[in-house]
Design a protein around this ligand. Structure first.
Ligand SMILES: Cc1cc2nc3c(=O)[nH]c(=O)nc-3n(C[C@H](O)[C@H](O)[C@H](O)COP(=O)(O)OP(=O)(O)OC[C@H]3O[C@@H](n4cnc5c(N)ncnc54)[C@H](O)[C@@H]3O)c2cc1C
Length: 537
């Protein structure tokens, strides 16, 4: 089939309308072949057995293609890097009658992260927590100058107002990735953060992080596989215990919420559906310090009691080494596991670290009070990847709060320590996105939308963050709600069933679209009535 595919592919590519870098300016890339032809080619490629022929699948893409600078009279272009909370909130509120919007991200949806843990055990379906970008900002799929590009940003040239990107493809079955460039008038860096492993050996290879929908899918498949394998004839008692030992490392909100969901799943569903192995399955939560350290003592004690009541085994310890079937604590204790979920906090991604821009304490992109990177023109940063510069003298925001800074400093010296997860701030990212959208709209209306045209403009009121409280669910219809500005100040803090109702109502109202709100409500109702879905699809 390879010869047949090449026969079709090459003539097509030669007659394609790809822009060429031989011209001095950049051009918009046009599709190289029709969707139907493309589908045929993709289908055909499934039959390929000769991997060495992969290079023949590469499109003859001319390096340096992309989107050139906008001209006077055209709409200015806002380029948004990342499709997370911050980037999506910004795109939603951006006035597309003033700007063209181009989003670059390796995923074409936003993930509603607070509900991601629920998808691992089937309380919610995966699509209920994923919102397509085209629904958040319809202009991106309709306006002639607005685009979503499934790609990774690989670098920024702030002097030339250029972003370098590399396409995300699906391996040999589709196309080889290629590079392209986009000129921007305004650039928004909203790249988020990456899970921290603190350099502990074996974490990346053996543990699963819980940050994306595909992580939740991996956790679910592994959990259900282990349940089924442990019920097979011939499996030893020892192996059965290992397979059904689920270990969560990190006692921050994500680790606790996942442990709670898992124990709820075990009590409600595994006991009925996998009765043969129900006494073997256990959850262990390992934390170096206190669990849920951002909550006060009373709420923490409640959470500890509640988790223990649900059968979660809490271990105070520091992970030293992770092997494929066991992890080792620093006191030498060996902990065999069948499923290992790692949730010990986040730090700046390698790309953010590599950017030649000012950095805040902790290594994030440094911004001033208007979310602007002050050393360069037209570049802004929001969400988990950004932090106030020391020079602002501003009190730190929770997303880059004291814990994060202490952690960043410690990381330079220590590698074998677990810290509670600290970057847990949808609210900060979302409000920064909303603030920056209104600032850009204002700049655009005042004629400062194009590159280098807002140099001396007064940006008006700076961004102000008011912390409205924190919540965490513990499973078994229990949650913590703390509506105080800080754990020392006065105000409402609750724990128990009523808090759980508040937790669910709050998140249901915050799900981005009515479609997903409906999915979430239906999933919750179905789970209550019929139990969780346990099919391994
Ligand atoms: C499981 C989980 C549960 C959470 N629960 C809560 C909660 O209950 N409450 C709360 O306040 N916070 C919670 N958080 C934290 C919250 O999700 C983050 O603070 C928030 O997502 C930050 O938004 P962001 O836009 O900065 O980054 P993200 O939402 O992480 O988005 C980053 C985006 O950048 C993209 N990207 C990455 N690299 C590149 C690249 N090279 N080029 C282009 N794009 C790139 C990513 O694909 C992604 O689209 C949770 C986080 C997780 C993982």
């Amino acid at each position: 089939m390879v010869w047949f595919k090449n026969l079709i592919l090459n003539p097509l590519l030669k007659s394609s309308s790809l822009s060429s870098s031989s011209s001095s300016s950049l051009h918009k890339v046009k599709p190289t072949f029709s969707t139907s032809t493309y589908s045929i080619l993709t289908c055909l490629s499934r039959y390929t057995t000769d991997v060495s022929s992969a290079s023949s699948l590469s499109p003859q893409v001319v390096q340096g293609s992309g989107l050139g600078p906008t001209k006077a009279g055209e709409k200015p272009r806002v380029v948004v890097l990342g499709s997370g909370w911050a980037g999506c909130r910004l795109m939603k509120d951006l006035d597309t009658s003033i700007y063209d919007v181009v989003c670059v991200s390796p995923r074409n949806h936003m993930v509603f992260t607070p509900l991601l843990a629920s998808t691992c055990v089937g309380t919610l379906e995966f699509r209920s927590v994923a919102e397509p970008i085209g629904r958040i900002q319809p202009a991106i799929s309709r306006e002639p100058g607005s685009y979503f590009f499934l790609a990774n940003c690989t670098g920024i040239d702030a002097d030339k107002h250029l972003v370098n990107c590399e396409t995300v493809t699906d391996g040999l079955d589709t196309l080889h990735p290629w590079n392209f460039k986009i000129s921007y008038d305004k650039l928004i860096i909203a790249l988020g953060a990456e899970a921290s492993t603190f350099g502990i050996h074996g974490v990346k290879e053996n543990a699963i992080f819980l940050r994306e929908v595909h992580h939740a899918q991996e956790i679910r498949r592994k959990l259900l596989l282990n349940l089924m394998l442990s019920d097979m004839p011939g499996i030893t008692e020892e192996e059965k215990c290992r397979l059904l030992h689920c270990v969560v490392v990190g006692g921050g909100p994500t680790g606790v919420e996942f442990s709670g969901e898992l124990s709820d799943f075990i009590i409600r569903d595994v006991h009925q559906t996998y009765a043969h192995v129900k006494d073997y399955i256990h959850v262990t939560l390992i934390e170096a310090n206190e669990i849920l350290s951002s909550f006060d003592d009373r709420l923490r004690r409640y959470a500890t009691k509640q988790l223990q009541k649900s059968g979660v085994h809490l271990v105070r310890g520091v992970v030293k080494d992770v092997q494929s079937q066991k992890l080792i604590l620093n006191d030498g204790t060996e902990v065999p596991y069948g499923l290992l979920v790692w949730s010990t906090g986040v730090g700046p991604s390698p790309l953010v670290k590599s950017l030649d821009l000012q950095k805040s304490p902790g290594g994030r992109v440094g911004v001033n009070e208007w979310m602007q990177v002050p050393s360069v023109q037209d570049v802004f940063a929001i969400g988990d990847c950004s932090g106030y510069l020391d020079s602002t003298g501003k009190p730190v925001l929770p997303a880059f709060g004291p814990d994060a800074i202490i952690l960043a400093k410690l990381l330079e010296e220590v590698t074998l320590v677990n810290f509670p997860e600290m970057s847990f701030f949808v609210k900060v990212a979302e409000r920064q996105g909303k603030y920056l959208a209104s600032l850009l709209n204002k700049i655009g209306k005042a004629g400062g939308g194009h590159a280098n045209s807002a140099k001396d403009m007064d940006f008006g009121d700076p961004f102000v963050y008011k912390h409205l409280g924190s919540m965490a669910t513990l499973g078994r219809h229990k949650a913590l709600v703390d509506l105080r500005q800080s754990k020392e100040s006065k105000g409402i803090s609750l724990a128990g069933f009523f808090s759980w109702i508040i937790w669910r109502s709050a998140y249901l109202t915050r799900v981005v679209s009515w479609r997903n709100r409906f999915y979430v409500a239906v999933n919750w109702a179905t789970t209550i009535v019929f139990g969780r879905d346990i099919s391994r699809i």
